[in-house]
Design a protein around this ligand. Sequence first.
Ligand SMILES: *[C@@H]1O[C@H](CO)[C@@H](O)[C@H](O)[C@H]1NC(C)=O
Ligand SMILES: *[C@@H]1O[C@H](CO)[C@@H](O)[C@H](O)[C@H]1NC(C)=O
Ligand SMILES: *[C@@H]1O[C@H](CO)[C@@H](O)[C@H](O)[C@H]1NC(C)=O
Ligand SMILES: *[C@@H]1O[C@H](CO)[C@@H](O)[C@H](O)[C@H]1NC(C)=O
Ligand SMILES: *[C@@H]1O[C@H](CO)[C@@H](O)[C@H](O)[C@H]1NC(C)=O
Ligand SMILES: *[C@@H]1O[C@H](CO)[C@@H](O)[C@H](O)[C@H]1NC(C)=O
Ligand SMILES: *[C@@H]1O[C@H](CO)[C@@H](O)[C@H](O)[C@H]1NC(C)=O
Ligand SMILES: *[C@@H]1O[C@H](CO)[C@@H](O)[C@H](O)[C@H]1NC(C)=O
Ligand SMILES: *[C@@H]1O[C@H](CO)[C@@H](O)[C@H](O)[C@H]1NC(C)=O
Ligand SMILES: *[C@@H]1O[C@H](CO)[C@@H](O)[C@H](O)[C@H]1NC(C)=O
Ligand SMILES: *[C@@H]1O[C@H](CO)[C@@H](O)[C@H](O)[C@H]1NC(C)=O
Ligand SMILES: *[C@@H]1O[C@H](CO)[C@@H](O)[C@H](O)[C@H]1NC(C)=O
Length: 714
Amino acid sequence: MFPRLAAVFSILLPFVLGASPIDRRAIVSRYNPTRNASSPITPMQIGNGHFAFGADVTGLQTFLPFAIMSDWGWKNDSLPPGKTWADIYNYRGVEWDFHGRLVQYEFGGDPSVEEWLESNPNRVNLGRVGLLFLDGNGEALNVTESDLESIEQELNLWTGTMTSRFFFDDQHVTVTTVSAQTSSTVGIDIDSSLLQARKLGVYLDFPWNDGSSDFSAPFVGVFNMTSNHTTTLQVGGKLPGGAQAQVSHTLVNSTFITSVGGDQFTISRDTPAAHRYSIYPANASNSFSLSVSYSLPNDTPETVAPYQSVAEESVQTWEQFWSDSGFVDVYTGSSDSRADELQRRIILSRYLMRVNEAGDTSPQESGLVNDGWFGKFHMEMVFWHLGHWALWNNWDLLNRTMGMYHRFLETSIQRAQVQQGFSMGARWSKMTDPSGRSAPGDINELLIWQQPHPLVFAEYQYRATKSQATLENWQNVIRETANWMTAFAWLNESTGRYDLGPPMYVVAEDTSPNVTRNPAFELAYWKYGLGLAETWMQRLGLVAPSAWNDVKENLAPLPIEDGLYAVYEGIESNFWTDPTYINDHPALVGLHGWLPPIDGVNLTIAKLTADKVYTTWNVSNCWGWDFPMLAMSAARNGETEQAIEWLLNPLYQFDDVGMPVGGVRVPTPYFPGSGSLLYAIAMMAEGWDGSTTQAPGFPGTGWNVRTEAMSKAL
Ligand SMILES: *[C@@H]1O[C@H](CO)[C@@H](O)[C@H](O)[C@H]1NC(C)=O
Ligand SMILES: *[C@@H]1O[C@H](CO)[C@@H](O)[C@H](O)[C@H]1NC(C)=O
Ligand SMILES: *[C@@H]1O[C@H](CO)[C@@H](O)[C@H](O)[C@H]1NC(C)=O
Ligand SMILES: *[C@@H]1O[C@H](CO)[C@@H](O)[C@H](O)[C@H]1NC(C)=O
Ligand SMILES: *[C@@H]1O[C@H](CO)[C@@H](O)[C@H](O)[C@H]1NC(C)=O
Ligand SMILES: *[C@@H]1O[C@H](CO)[C@@H](O)[C@H](O)[C@H]1NC(C)=O
Ligand SMILES: *[C@@H]1O[C@H](CO)[C@@H](O)[C@H](O)[C@H]1NC(C)=O
Ligand SMILES: *[C@@H]1O[C@H](CO)[C@@H](O)[C@H](O)[C@H]1NC(C)=O
Ligand SMILES: *[C@@H]1O[C@H](CO)[C@@H](O)[C@H](O)[C@H]1NC(C)=O
Ligand SMILES: *[C@@H]1O[C@H](CO)[C@@H](O)[C@H](O)[C@H]1NC(C)=O
Ligand SMILES: *[C@@H]1O[C@H](CO)[C@@H](O)[C@H](O)[C@H]1NC(C)=O
Ligand SMILES: *[C@@H]1O[C@H](CO)[C@@H](O)[C@H](O)[C@H]1NC(C)=O
């Protein structure tokens, strides 16, 4: 309730004060992407956060097999040769020393089992839908994109509608594509005289995909390993949901259903061996519309929504999204020439986050565009993927994903206490699948900065709701999170202080785990997180365990070398010039910027440290969220011009449709780059706790910044 009221209020408030509200529709529409040729790297996309459809320039996947992916479509590959499920379930990995006791970690051990567990389950590309060009006698023509003329494609961001127009054989073709918002359905409307001449149809195809490589980009799966998987077609009047046709696609033991409805058609399999099906409109008219709906077998749609209702749902949901949630206008009235590009990045990131990053579990780095790390997701990246939803007041979308902390709590308690032998708490995983299982790997098992994230999300939710229900809802997650943070901190008898690590990995994943002790960023985040947990219990009228406070107050001090914070205590003093340590995420700048001021973090030293990062880090090797993290540091330090420069750094790019370019390190898209941009923009435009000026992260001249329904950052 609250966020909606806040939105309405902040839209009305300017009227009361005599200012007019932001013309949101005009600003959003200004950045509608257009194309006249397919990009070989990125699709134009429609979707709903759980499901997304990537299209080439025809509005479908006619020429390029961009993916159709979801938060629910996963499969397991066959077990490694000679291995049984018992081998999988009994996998144990190695034992490493943790301050005098052996701890079980899931890496090493039987290599084939380790590899299988890392790559399974993997995320499935649900299929492909393309235009079929025919000779009039029902024979398929071999048409390529270069055979089309006067191609124009536009994505209407305000309504989530993609329209492609072109000529083929001198005849005009218009394809309109929309995504349902309450099911995994795509609605397709085709308008062309070629239909009347029976020269146009639609095809469906189904790829084989497996966990044989970490990254599957730009395309997921292959269409020529047809003997590895099966499809079967059913047609007739008795199909669920009123579908005219249904294709069951089975990969190993997982089956996915494609239900097709809409205008009357006939459908046939192209050849018995392939998984390609041709759809021919039954009526010789100028228009043909179709709905293609993807689901699991026991979750087939009650009705395959007709194109018209899919389109209406899309228009209504997107209009509501743009109208009701937070909005930032840095473009109107700004004289700075960079404002237009920054606004473009904001609008396109808002769109793509809602398409790719609002599912039941945390998104993968590549969202629903293609697969990275087998389609799995990284719990430490949750902050960069999803934190912005809180500041832009999209609680309905954030809420979809937050349930994972509740669902994964039991297995995270098991991990901490049973597998690793800690006295209490829940240890959150890093690389994870929808069941909450941690993928084997030393970094996956030894990273720790994912641990405090739920405390921050809960805090934002409470700030928005101020409700007892929120306090109670998060109570167990908060307790178990803080309990493990407390149990992991190890009392060093000789200093009387609590140490973090070893073994552990830092944010940048580039230090040796057995010698990594007391890293600056993690110490600060631990202290901050434990403070949030204590406050939570106080709000509930409960007494926080005294051990939390003991650890918080007695954590080892942040390591200082030559008057600057160091990555960890005891790191080589020349680390500022050592390529080992200056080529990855510069998390030291997060000490004040990403994190708010924290007791025990000296802001003078943090600033000097950030300055040192600016001059010594190998910025040419930075990527994605590094740039917004640097901008947030600059903004809190009052260096607003520098903050803008970081957000527009030449190594931090968004392509013509807004896809965050991976850059030197990872494939495109790399969505933490988009989420972190929106988090930084919110902070710079709306401010943070204790900021007093309007748009405190923007330079005072050249920029006219207006916000509506935004929240301050911590
Ligand atoms: C296609 O788009 C590109 C980039 O926007 C533009 O330079 C080019 O002129 C366009 N071509 C046609 C035929 O419209
Ligand atoms: C894959 O196997 C795991 C066991 O490792 C099981 O928990 C999971 O349900 C399976 N997933 C699918 C999609 O078959
Ligand atoms: C697939 O099902 C068969 C038969 O039930 C079973 O033996 C096999 O272990 C399953 N494989 C996977 C990967 O689920
Ligand atoms: C870390 O220490 C463990 C023993 O606790 C040892 O087995 C392992 O090889 C060491 N790892 C590295 C990377 O030094
Ligand atoms: C279709 O046409 C393209 C380009 O002319 C050609 O490379 C390809 O081999 C053709 N494919 C078939 C199946 O004829
Ligand atoms: C199968 O398709 C992939 C790309 O989709 C291609 O790289 C590979 O060469 C093809 N294999 C065969 C046997 O045609
Ligand atoms: C897929 O099929 C190819 C032959 O087409 C075969 O070599 C390969 O082992 C199969 N892979 C799986 C995982 O079934
Ligand atoms: C389309 O064709 C089907 C079957 O051929 C017929 O039942 C239906 O009425 C036709 N619809 C239109 C709009 O012509
Ligand atoms: C999401 O919202 C629903 C309804 O407001 C609430 O019951 C549920 O607890 C929320 N989930 C989380 C994780 O906050
Ligand atoms: C205790 O802390 C001191 C100072 O930080 C450090 O040198 C020592 O190695 C720590 N002791 C252990 C057993 O880790
Ligand atoms: C912070 O560090 C600076 C530089 O070392 C020092 O002068 C100052 O006293 C410190 N501030 C606090 C509050 O400790
Ligand atoms: C800095 O990064 C670039 C780009 O990845 C790389 O080529 C170069 O070797 C790095 N320089 C150092 C000193 O590590």
